[in-house]
Design a protein around this ligand. Sequence first.
Ligand code: FMN
Length: 153
Amino acid sequence: MKTVLVVYHSQSGVTERMAQAVRDGATEIEGCVVTCKRACAADLEDMVQADAIIIGSPEYFGYMAGAVKDFFDRTYDHGHRDPRIVRKPYAVFIAAGNDGSGALSSIERICRGYRLKKVCEPVVATGMLTEEQLARCRELGQTIAAGCVQEIY
Ligand SMILES: Cc1cc2nc3c(=O)[nH]c(=O)nc-3n(C[C@H](O)[C@H](O)[C@H](O)COP(=O)(O)O)c2cc1C
């Protein structure tokens, strides 16, 4: 059985709805279980246990949410040197009012520090969350989970 970790923060619920869609998509794939946690409740052990990591954040002040940064702050020191984490596949989803590039680039920069492997293009939802954006989140979850089960990463 493969495990996909979805780690996210959300203040007003948009990123949370995206996280639920990612989780639902990954859960549809046979042979995969999903651990879906708020960033404040996730830790290094969750990363170690996961076969892939999907990180979701709103953009706040041109950057990732503070809680997501805090997750990285708490896990980076041991995580980036841990051979059980190096080269794990990862993907990102972002909620933003009108941009999202600051949150995305800051997360991707840190993930390069962990030497995680980017295996999917991000989903960046700007403005009002639409059904089409939620469908892309579900698809992101399916893609990552299916890749893990088929061991293509
Ligand atoms: C404190 C704060 C700062 C924000 N800064 C940005 C920003 O820099 N760029 C942007 O596009 N949207 C910004 N937004 C809008 C949020 O990214 C957007 O509303 C998002 O959907 C919120 O996600 P959430 O409901 O998961 O918290 C900001 C919102 C808040 C509350």
